[in-house]
Each structure stands twice: as structure tokens, then as C-alpha cells.
Design a protein. Structure first.
Length: 184
């Protein structure tokens, strides 16, 4: 899903912003192999500049870095999030959207240690409101409510969400955006 428009990252600063943007949207530690796949989905050529930028961002404590069993893992820090959020607009909006879509196939609620929530409320008209959601240490990721006609249907929805939170989350993203990349 390489970028097809003329937008290119022009400088090392642009590359750093892009890396922080990705890590901010992923929201949990990600291995270098997966991060490289996401990068290569979005840029014409992956150069050594990306590794150099990751090292510099780690050295400046804008991201956390750890190595486990020979695999490097990266995660944005609070200071990286604060500084970079001011600069995200330097990246082309279509490029940002494309990057998020390509990262979506790698994003997982279960890997993020998100806390899931679900509840059923019986309404006065004897229908049932089902609410599901997830949050992580940074706050709410999503919350969705729907009204159904039976408690059995409501309980089935809760059961499906609790058994497959990643698939439900990606399905919601697909439904709201119409972007097939969220479920592929």
C-alpha cells in the first residue's frame, strides 16, 4: 500500500515526526520487524535514515527502546507524544491517513494491555442497551452502544466482543470509515 501521491518525507525531522506519529497511533511497544513493515508500506524507500532517527529519538528520550531476545521494541514516550503532536500537521493529511490504515492491520487491543468494558442495561421499553469499550493508560480508545430487542442477543454481543476484541474493534473502524484495510 505504498503512497501513490507525490508526498515524500523531505528531511530527518520529517522522518522522526512520521516515526513518532506511527508509534503514537500504535500506543504500545512494537517490534522493529513489524514497524519496518509499516514503514515500507508507506514510503518509497526505507533507508538507514530510519534506524538513525529511531536511535536519535531514543537517545533524546522521545521514545523508549528495549531489546528482548535479539528483537528491538519501540514505544513513544510522553515527552515524544507532547513534542511530536505539535508537528504532526507537517505531514501530508493523506499520507497520515494512509499510514494509519496500513498500521491498523498490525494494531491489537490485546497487545496494548487495553482494559475492556461491557455492560447491558434493560431499558424501560424492555429492550436492551449494549455498551462495549476499551481504554488504555492514556485514556479511552473507543466506546460503542447499540440497542437490541432481547437479552439473549445482548449477551451474545458481549460474548463475541470479549472473545474477539481485536476483530470487533477493527470491524467498528471498518464500519465507521468504510476502509477495508482495517479488517484485512
Amino acid at each position: 500500500m505504498k503512497k501513490k501521491t507525490g508526498f515524500k518525507l523531505q528531511s530527518l525531522t520529517d522522518i522522526k515526526i512520521f516515526l513518532l506519529f506511527l508509534l503514537d497511533n500504535i500506543r504500545y511497544p512494537i517490534d522493529y520487524t513489524t514497524l519496518s513493515k509499516i514503514i515500507s508500506d508507506n514510503v518509497e524507500e526505507v533507508t538507514f535514515d530510519y534506524e538513525a532517527c529511531l536511535r536519535e529519538l531514543a537517545d533524546s528520550e522521545h521514545l523508549f527502546f528495549d531489546e528482548i531476545d535479539g528483537e528491538r521494541f519501540y514505544m513513544i514516550s510522553d515527552s515524544g507524544r507532547l513534542i511530536a503532536s505539535e508537528l504532526y500537521d507537517r505531514l501530508d493529511p493523506a499520507f497520515r491517513e494512509s499510514s494509519i490504515k496500513s498500521a491498523a492491520k498490525y494494531i491489537s487491543l490485546s497487545k496494548s494491555n487495553a482494559t475492556l468494558s461491557s455492560k447491558i442495561i434493560e431499558l424501560s421499553d424492555k429492550r436492551f442497551e449494549v455498551t462495549i469499550g476499551a481504554k488504555d493508560r492514556q485514556g479511552k480508545l473507543f466506546s460503542v452502544s447499540i440497542v437490541v430487542n432481547s437479552r439473549a442477543q445482548a449477551e451474545k454481543m458481549i460474548s463475541t466482543f470479549e472473545a474477539n476484541p481485536d476483530q470487533v474493534h477493527k470491524g467498528i473502524l471498518f464500519c465507521l470509515t468504510g476502509k477495508i484495510e482495517y479488517i484485512s
